[in-house]
Design a protein around this ligand. Structure first.
Ligand code: SDX
Length: 429
């Protein structure tokens, strides 16, 4: 069998270098050996958006962008969406195996009994301006939680990590719901331990004066499946932020605050919010061709389309589209759905989108469901953050435990700035 190696010839010196190929990669540090002389720093690899750079070895999520495959710990997303629950998937993503019934019962008990937040955290949320974006509240509050649990800095202790992981998964929906209730001037609704994880979230979001919130089981299931679909997605922007910030060995609350900040961006978690605004701006099917023209002229992005990895279809988008039909059987059909379906139909047959490999991603239809579940648009990325908390924490812990290779992240740069020059006194400038 041919040797698993790469021979590189430096045409500046005629020297050849053999680089080992492991797991489809070559070790970037080896390029530093390629020099033109003893004073040469050696070569670096230049990959500004880390488009083709593996920064870690992971056993959590596998994606095949060409085949539209997404697996959590080897289990296909389609099977998990059909047969599992979000808390069971969170356990799988974090522990690497599906739980036994005993393990799942204990896990649900543990999460359920950590849903209440410190009253000072509730007051912190209440101190935000009434129209503060809930992602800004979530980012600030999760960061502030590092001051409520100072022992979380003890990240080398597995039990301490497990406790913070339980706290974060349990409290993210509470913080999200409290932020929402603050923004609409409503009193907060405390967690109801009789309800499931997702039903309790809907209760904290929507309960009014009734004694017990009675969620629609079909809608609870739809949201739980959406949480499953968003649990993890290998080294996306926000997960990479958690890994980079976590590599300084900061506590997990501070590392997750970085992930929430990255997810806030319109090209990442803010996309489903942007999709809805785009569909609202289109307004009617006859306005779609005008938008398509703007996109082709590069004057606009088609929000909810395209993906760095999926270059055929996002398997999550397919599952969400089916989910939309189930939801719209129970709630009034979202009028924007017809515009979305027509936009997808037109785009999928247009050469420009085919050549640019632009297909609906996870965000294209999720916003329509969230809107039909009566979530305000600015809560959409917050729902994404609730679900991705389990993936962020699994990736964070995997990085912490990979002591052999994972050190503090410190990329290099190509310096193209001014050459050395002497200071000029102000009167001489
Ligand atoms: C998520 O990484 C993840 O896993 C993320 C995520 C997760 O689960 O964590 O899957 C969740 O963030 C999904 C993506 C949500 N974002 C959007 O829907 C925003 C719109 N999409 C684009 O911004 C874009 O597609 C990205 C950001 C998603 C991916 O961008 P890439 O891979 O960097 O692609 P690119 O910007 O280099 O674009 C390649 C070409 C360009 O044209 P050319 O310069 O080659 O002529 O495709 C064009 C782009 O202009 N293009 C689009 C487009 N996306 C890319 N043109 C119009 N509309 C778009 N949506």
């Amino acid at each position: 069998m041919a040797e698993e190696s790469l021979t590189v010839r430096d045409n500046r010196t005629g020297k050849e270098y053999v680089l080992p190929i492991t797991n489809g990669t070559v070790p970037a540090p080896k390029f530093r050996d390629i020099k033109t002389g003893p004073d040469d720093f050696g070569l670096m690899c230049y990959d500004p958006a880390l488009n083709n750079t593996a920064v870690c070895k992971s056993r959590i999520t596998y994606i095949d962008g060409d085949k539209g495959i997404l697996e959590y710990r080897g289990y296909p997303i389609e099977q998990l969406a059909e047969k599992s629950t979000y808390l069971e998937v969170a356990y799988l993503v974090l522990h690497g195996e599906l739980p036994t019934s005993e393990q799942l019962k204990q896990w649900i008990h543990d999460i359920t009994h950590h849903t209440i937040i410190h009253e000072n955290i509730k007051r912190f949320i209440g101190s935000f301006h009434h129209d503060a974006h809930p992602m800004g509240i979530l980012c600030g509050t999760v960061g502030a939680m590092s001051t409520f649990y100072p022992s979380a800095k003890n990240i080398e202790d597995s039990e301490c990590r497990a406790l913070q992981i339980r706290r974060l998964i349990a409290k993210m929906p509470t913080i999200a719901a409290f932020a929402y209730r603050h923004s609409v001037g409503m009193p907060v609704v405390y967690p109801d331990n009789d309800l499931s994880y997702t039903a309790n979230f809907l209760s904290m979001m929507n309960k009014m004066t009734e004694l017990k919130y009675q969620p629609d089981p079909v809608l609870v299931r739809a949201l739980d499946v959406l949480f499953i679909l968003h649990a993890d997605h290998e080294q996306n922007c926000s997960t990479s932020a958690v890994r980079v910030v976590g590599s300084s060995r900061v506590d997990p609350y501070s590392a997750l605050a970085a992930g929430i900040a990255a997810l806030y961006g319109p090209l990442h978690g803010g996309a489903n919010e942007a999709v809805l605004r785009m569909l609202q701006e289109i307004g009617s099917k006859d306005k779609i061709p005008a938008l398509i023209r703007k996109v082709k002229a590069k004057e606009a992005l088609l929000m909810g389309f395209g993906h760095r990895v999926y270059k055929n279809f996002d398997p999550r988008a397919k599952i969400i589209k089916v989910l939309a039909d189930q939801v719209f059987d129970r709630v009034p059909r979202n009028p924007l759905l017809d515009i979305a379906l027509e936009l997808e139909r037109i785009a999928l047959q247009d050469d420009y989108f085919i050549q640019h490999k632009l297909y609906p991603n996870v965000d294209f239809y999720s916003g329509l469901i969230y809107q039909s579940l009566r979530f305000p648009v600015d809560m959409f990325p917050v729902l994404f953050a609730i679900a991705r908390t389990s993936g962020w924490l699994a990736q964070w812990e995997e990085m912490i435990l990979d002591e052999k290779e994972q050190r503090i992240a410190r990329p290099r740069q190509v310096y193209l700035g001014a050459k050395r020059r002497e200071y000029v006194a102000i009167e001489k400038r």
